[in-house]
Design a protein around this ligand. Structure first.
Ligand SMILES: Cc1cc2nc3c(=O)[nH]c(=O)nc-3n(C[C@H](O)[C@H](O)[C@H](O)COP(=O)(O)OP(=O)(O)OC[C@H]3O[C@@H](n4cnc5c(N)ncnc54)[C@H](O)[C@@H]3O)c2cc1C
Length: 378
């Protein structure tokens, strides 16, 4: 049996675990990161790849703004640019009510300087001839963009390892107990880790890790679905969302359209797959929004696994019930863009007891004794 002793143990080598590990190593903190599969192989590596600030709550925009310059600096930080592209993100409107909601959002978050531009009528149509007649306008955030999650998530795990973090993959944490002021983690009979502090970056499994230590945090698990088309000629350069949700899409440089909408199903043992209606559902929405896709062939479809909270904001911070346990999970379908900032924030909370970015809104105990969210409609 491998026995380790460390300052900080991290459960989960997704983007949140890896960005935290990297930040801690840069402060000279000893870190062991335990991952049941491969680093970045879960939500962090199979998501849509939207690097989007637009649409986030004001509370989340503090984190999103902190993450924003990191995306442009990935090469210096993790050795690759992750195919990050500041393509812009447009949130589309199908009605005047949608346009009014987009304008109200732009006003609400004006202080963050996102540079949102509301487009409609002829100006919209001339700039974006690709959209179908049911789309009447949209809100453009020119500084938002997209990246390749498969590259970014794995590269962060690699960078954490290169910075001196011990990353143990194929290592399912099966037991966690308190030991003195710290924690004892067990991965079956293979590995034990003694740690003074523990980071719960277990994604959709975050509530299970918390519960193992008696911290009761409500989390709903769901399975967002993504599909990819064959490579097509250039159709749309901007990352697309839609007011009210239900569809998102982007075209990568190689020509493939990556699109998503709705949720799949669990298949047991931590796996998931799209539901049987996924293909026609996403396909028909796509063809209405981008008529050029009417005859596009789909080459790949999958469903990821993500943890959702009742207010769609994550849990970030030290557990009120278990001192020394720091949570970073429940990203509710929006953790990719903010993860680089979340890692820095968790590192500050662990090392300094406070963060320079406000994260009070993400207190892990904010729902205690409140019901879990109902399932979101596909
Ligand atoms: C299909 C899909 C599309 C999305 N699209 C976007 C998007 O466009 N933009 C955006 O900002 N966000 C998006 N998200 C959300 C984003 O991907 C997640 O919020 C983010 O990746 C969460 O990172 P994480 O590190 O918390 O979770 P994960 O990447 O899931 O990492 C958690 C890790 O913990 C490990 N683990 C769990 N339990 C244990 C255990 N007991 N022992 C050891 N290891 C364990 C898991 O194996 C996993 O690797 C999307 C998510 C999905 C699923």
């Amino acid at each position: 049996m491998k026995q380790l002793d460390t300052d900080v143990a991290i459960v989960g080598a997704g983007l949140v675990g890896s960005t935290t590990a990297l930040a801690l190593r840069q402060r000279g903190v000893q870190v062991v990161m335990l991952e049941r599969d491969l680093g970045g192989s879960r939500a962090s590596g199979v998501n849509f790849g939207g690097v989007r600030r637009q649409g986030r709550s004001a509370a989340q925009l503090h984190l999103a703004q902190r993450a924003h310059p990191i995306w442009a600096d990935l090469k210096a930080r993790i050795g690759i640019d992750g195919e990050y592209l500041q393509s812009g993100h447009i949130k589309l409107a199908r009605s005047q009510a949608d346009l009014a909601a987009l304008a109200a959002y732009a006003e609400r978050v004006a202080d963050f300087g996102l540079g949102l531009e509301i487009l409609e009528g002829r100006a919209f149509r001339e700039r974006y001839p690709c959209f179908g007649p049911e789309i009447i306008g949209g809100s453009l955030c020119p500084g938002d963009g997209q990246a390749n999650p498969r590259l970014v998530a794995a590269a962060y795990a690699r960078a954490a390892r290169q910075a001196g973090c011990e990353v143990i993959e194929r290592c399912l944490v099966t037991g966690i107990t308190r030991e003195g002021d710290g924690f004892l983690l067990r991965c079956g009979d293979a590995v034990t880790v003694r740690a003074r502090r523990l980071v719960n970056a277990a994604g959709a499994w975050g509530a299970e890790i918390a519960a193992a230590l008696g911290d009761d945090i409500p989390l709903r698990v769901d399975y967002p679905t993504i599909l990819v088309t064959e490579p097509l000629p250039p159709i749309v350069s901007v990352n697309i969302g839609i007011e009210g949700g239900g569809f998102y899409g982007r075209q990568v440089e190689r020509g493939n359209l990556v699109m998503g909408g709705g949720f799949g199903v669990a298949t047991g043992d931590g796996a998931s797959r799209p539901d049987s209606g996924a293909l026609p559902r996403i396909g028909s929405r796509a063809a209405a929004i981008l008529p050029a896709l009417r005859h596009a062939r789909v080459i790949r479809i999958w469903a990821g696994i993500e943890g959702y909270t009742a207010d769609k904001s994550p849990f970030i911070g030290e557990s009120a019930a278990v001192p020394g346990l720091f949570h970073g999970f429940g990203f509710s379908g929006g953790g990719f863009q903010i993860a680089p900032a979340v890692g820095e924030v968790l590192c500050e909370l662990i090392c300094d007891g406070r963060s320079s970015t406000p994260v009070e809104a993400f207190r892990p105990d904010r729902f205690q004794q409140q019901p879990v969210a109902t399932r979101k409609k596909p």
